[in-house]
Design a protein around this ligand. Structure first.
Ligand code: NAP
Ligand code: GDD
Length: 364
């Protein structure tokens, strides 16, 4: 019998890759979508209409919708990926973030209990390396103490603990994947990696002059999202419900990411100055519209956070040992290259589309 999975956050980066992964495994996949004034479901558009992929309206802030949906779908596995996932935005919308990212997890757990599925339904919770926040040790593992450092992280900490509580109190198979940053061609465009790869592509093609960033010294353990969704599934196939750190075990600064991304876009950078005065300057360029000496990266305090997490490095030993997962399937260098390649093409196509529209008189 094919298994049935319910994915919250199906329209997001991870939800889209996980849907593809589970469909490939023969699952019946159900996803939760929210009503919005524009139907913006680019990441899953290619799956819509396929026979084993189903979408339902519900919301993490609406318990009734979750209870009804879990009752209707009767999932074997729930992947709770839905969240207000942007750390900086959580400082502007802390209450919404808490409602969705903290209480939302409780709503999912209670929807399972209300439908008497607690003995059969396994639940994956999208926990995060942000829990380590103002880090108390490097690298971070399953035993490192938490020190959340943003409203987002505090909300996610509740999610982590309520999952653990329901596991112990009601013997439910529910677990957290403590995932470090993972990126891809489908990454949201305001997260730092995607913001950089898109800007590098636009600057290389003469469609943007300068990229403004915040803290360039911040260290992250960046992996490839497509590799990480496999772990979500492996965690739920494990014999016992346990929490796992998922990371590559390699870290780089935001500055290093930018240097490499611009290099793949044909622009060699050097860095000058410090703090808000730091600038990324072109040393050499294969692009006719960018010349040596041009300043293409500047720092703007608008992108500084009231408290910033600056030293994330995961220890994936447990996942490697117990799940047989390979943390270095896609290297940092490959990740940056594939993202830039994709965005060079995307920016090129946008130009073609605009030219077509102009020709047809659709855009004046
Ligand atoms: P993402 O691209 O921002 O996707 C978030 C998803 O949550 C979207 O589908 C969004 O729907 C949905 N959502 C937000 N609020 C909702 C609500 N009130 N009701 C229903 N759905 C709602 O995030 P991601 O990068 O795929 O990350 C997936 C999960 O992993 C998140 O929980 C995130 O916090 C966590 N995480 C991510 C990383 C990472 O590096 N990517 C690392 C650790 C943990 P709309 O499309 O309608 O907005
Ligand atoms: N977004 C952004 N924009 N971040 C910047 C910028 C900028 O212009 N300039 C520097 N940064 C720094 C941030 O201060 C942070 O230290 C780092 O780059 C990474 O920022 P993001 O890409 O926004 O990701 P994040 O680490 O805060 O959060 C992501 O990863 C978490 C896992 O650790 C999100 O996906 C979270 O949902 C996830 O839990």
């Amino acid at each position: 019998m094919a298994k049935t999975a319910l994915i919250t956050g199906v329209t997001g980066q991870d939800g889209s890759y996980l849907s593809e992964f589970l469909l490939d495994k023969g699952y019946e996949v159900h996803g939760i979508i929210r009503r919005s004034s524009v139907d913006y479901r680019e990441r899953i558009a290619h799956l819509e209409g396929t026979p084993h992929f189903h979408l339902h309206y519900a919301d993490m802030s609406d318990s009734m919708s979750l209870v009804k949906l879990v009752g209707k779908v009767q999932p074997d596995e729930i992947y709770n990926l839905a969240a207000q996932s942007h750390v900086q935005v959580s400082f502007d919308s802390p209450e919404f973030t808490a409602d969705v990212d903290a209480v939302g997890v409780l709503r999912v757990l209670e929807a399972v209990r209300t439908n008497h599925l607690e003995k059969t339904c396994r639940i994956y919770q999208a926990s995060t390396s942000e829990l380590y926040g103002k880090v108390e040790e490097v690298p971070q593992s399953e035993t490192t103490p938490f020190h959340p450092y943003s409203p987002y992280a505090v909300a996610k900490l509740y999610g982590y603990w309520i999952i653990k509580e329901y596991r112990e109190a009601y013997n439910m198979f529910c677990c957290s994947g403590i995932l470090f940053n993972h990126e891809s061609e489908r990454r949201g465009e305001t997260f730092v990696t995607r913001k950089i790869t898109l800007a590098a592509a636009r600057i290389a093609q003469g469609k943007q002059d300068c990229l403004y960033l915040g803290n360039l010294d911040s260290l992250r353990d960046w992996g490839y999202a497509k590799d990480y969704v496999e772990c979500m599934w492996l965690i739920l196939q494990h014999e016992t419900p346990e929490d796992f750190v998922i990371a590559t075990g390699v870290q780089h600064t935001v500055r290093e990411f930018a240097t490499l991304a611009f290099r793949h876009a044909g622009i060699e950078l050097r860095w000058e100055g410090e703090g808000v005065e730091e600038r990324g300057i072109v040393v050499e360029s294969q692009k006719s519209n960018v010349k040596s000496g041009d300043v293409v990266v500047r720092v703007s305090p608008d992108f500084y956070r009231p408290t910033d997490v600056v030293n994330l490095l995961g220890d994936p030993s447990k996942a490697r040992r117990e799940l047989g997962w390979n943390p270095q399937k896609t290297s940092f260098e490959e990740l940056v290259e594939l993202m830039v390649k994709h965005d060079m093409q995307k920016v090129r196509n946008q130009h073609v589309n605009l030219a077509e529209y102009l020709e047809k008189g659709i855009v004046k």
